[in-house]
Design a protein around this ligand. Structure first.
Ligand code: GLU
Length: 507
């Protein structure tokens, strides 16, 4: 069936920000295309105008770009199968819906929304669910029950109608999903889905199938939530006579909450403090801001790497993959059926890895905007030194400030516990002597400061801890931080002395 060129599409609906599950779908499509020398397309499925959200399409494009998942065809990109926004293809769908009516695979339905609502309410009262299907279609207001003249007349007079698929009776639809293996549906469980709406727009089902056909899509790789639509889509391909060339299907596993049952949702992120969107999103109506991986300081490489492992593995122990390695190793056979649990701690761990891999100069560049925001103005050389000293303790660029702020600003307070334990009655006196010592240091470099300090301590016979910790407290504010003499060197002789003096005054 599929000797044709691999062409896959990511087909989001612009109804809001892209969930990280959506990005994973895009990623797997992209990897599959690249692996097989095929094309990765972006198609915007915006036929449901009631759910359209301004800004969502730009968001999708920006998110793909950030992740390095650049489509070769799509809105704003071009390609020979365009347009790639379904709203701009509107005019072409009607003929396909009509074609199915003509061939007896679909029918016009004139039931008003009010009538259908009544039927739903009536069914609910009997604890049943109303379904427009082979059992009910014969009693409803459609071209199967009305005479041909009446139908023509109603259409001619401008009465609103929709077109529904006439689901065949008791037919098994069996498909070998490339991830889930054989899946079987019986049409008796399926209703007569709407293909074409009264507003002149196709539904998702019709537009999706028509476009996948016209765009010569070879593989439909999408989330598990679309599996129930597959039998209808297959029947549509058959009804159109496109069966020979139709795409193969692969339904990706759900991404599950960190704990408990169910699909990962924005609420989980809000509750546990992690983003579920690639980029920050400001809701155009409410103004609410949802956090994004990018703004939270994740590197795109880390984000892509962690997404790749949500439902796929290489069959080895390897966990770190560059995009090229992913393309090399990716296969749908190694995508699992079971839901993939998202672990926010692991996400940080991935970021830590890519953080540690960066050159100090890159990290220093990324650190600069934060320093600027804090009002810190120091030479590049200093930033670079600090990065080198504290990066080991960091996962994110913002951690550089957390771990290294004392290099740039004096402590505003002193850790109480350490003070209690290490700040003794004679500490100020000792520190005065250290100040004198420091004032006399001629070459203000870590090694020479250390040497003079050690000689002095040995001469005095003082315990190192009893002096070092108070000095650290004075410089950092806590008992933590980088090597004491590195700190002295970087903040400079005057600042070192001033900070010690300030501690003596304050404590
Ligand atoms: N528009 C659908 C979505 O929002 C596309 C599903 C599919 O890939 O068929 O995910």
């Amino acid at each position: 069936m599929n000797a044709k060129k691999v062409r896959v599409r990511f087909a989001p609906s612009p109804t809001g920000p892209l969930h990280m599950g959506g990005v994973r779908t895009a990623l797997f499509n992209y990897l599959f295309a690249k692996k097989h020398g095929g094309d990765f397309l972006l198609r915007i499925e915006d036929t449901d105008q009631t759910r359209y959200v301004p800004g969502a399409e730009d968001y999708i494009l920006e998110a793909l770009q950030w992740c390095g998942l650049n489509p070769v065809e799509g809105p704003g990109i071009g390609g020979e199968f365009g347009p790639y926004r379904q709203s701009e293809r509107k005019a072409m769908y009607r003929q396909y819906a009509e074609q199915l009516v003509e061939s007896g695979h679909a029918y016009y339905a004139f039931d008003t929304p009010e009538e259908l609502n009544q039927l739903r309410t009536a069914a609910e009262a009997k604890k049943e669910v109303f379904s427009y299907d082979l059992h009910t279609r014969g009693q409803l207001n459609n071209s199967l029950t009305l005479s041909a003249e009446k139908v023509q007349q109603q259409i001619a007079s401008g009465e609103p109608y929709i077109i529904r698929f006439k689901m065949p009776e008791n037919t098994d639809v069996v498909e070998k999903d490339l991830i889930r293996g054989e899946v079987k549906f019986n049409t008796n469980q399926l209703d007569d889905k709407v293909l074409f709406k009264a507003d002149g727009m196709p539904t998702y089902h019709l537009a999706n199938v028509v476009d996948d056909h016209l765009m010569q899509i070879s593989h439909v790789i999408r989330g598990e939530e679309w599996l129930p639509s597959m039998p209808l889509h297959i029947l549509l391909y058959e009804a159109f006579g496109w069966d020979e060339n139709r795409p193969q299907f692969a339904h990706l596993p759900l991404i599950l909450k960190p704990t408990g049952k169910g699909k990962l949702s924005k609420r989980d992120g809000d509750k546990m403090g992690f983003p579920v969107f690639p980029l920050q999103w400001t809701d155009p109506k409410s103004g609410d801001v949802a956090r994004g991986y990018r703004e939270d300081g994740y590197f795109p490489e880390a984000f892509v790497n962690l997404l790749a492992l949500l439902g796929w593995n290489a069959g080895t122990e390897q966990e770190f993959f560059s995009m090229d390695e992913l393309i090399q190793d990716f296969s749908l056979e190694r995508v699992v059926k079971a839901g993939a649990r998202f672990d926010p701690e692991k996400a940080k761990w991935f970021n830590r890895h890519y953080f540690q891999q960066k050159e100090d100069t890159q990290l220093a560049e990324a650190f600069k905007p934060i320093l600027k925001e804090k009002g810190v103005d120091v030479p590049d050389e200093t930033i670079l030194k600090v990065v080198g000293l504290v990066k080991e303790r960091c996962e994110f660029v913002a951690d550089l400030w957390e771990q290294g702020n004392y290099f740039f600003v004096a402590p505003e307070s002193y850790d109480e516990k350490t003070v209690k334990k290490k700040w003794k009655a004679d500490t100020p006196e000792k520190l005065q002597e250290i100040i004198q010592l420091f004032k006399g240091v001629e070459v203000w470099e870590a090694a020479s400061i250390k040497e003079e300090f050690s000689n002095f301590m040995n001469d005095k016979g003082w315990g190192f801890g009893m002096v070092m910790v108070p000095v650290r407290l004075a410089l950092v504010g806590t008992s933590a931080g980088a090597d004491l003499f590195d700190i002295c060197e970087i903040i400079g002789q005057n600042e070192t002395i001033q900070r010690i003096e300030r501690a003596i005054e304050t404590l």
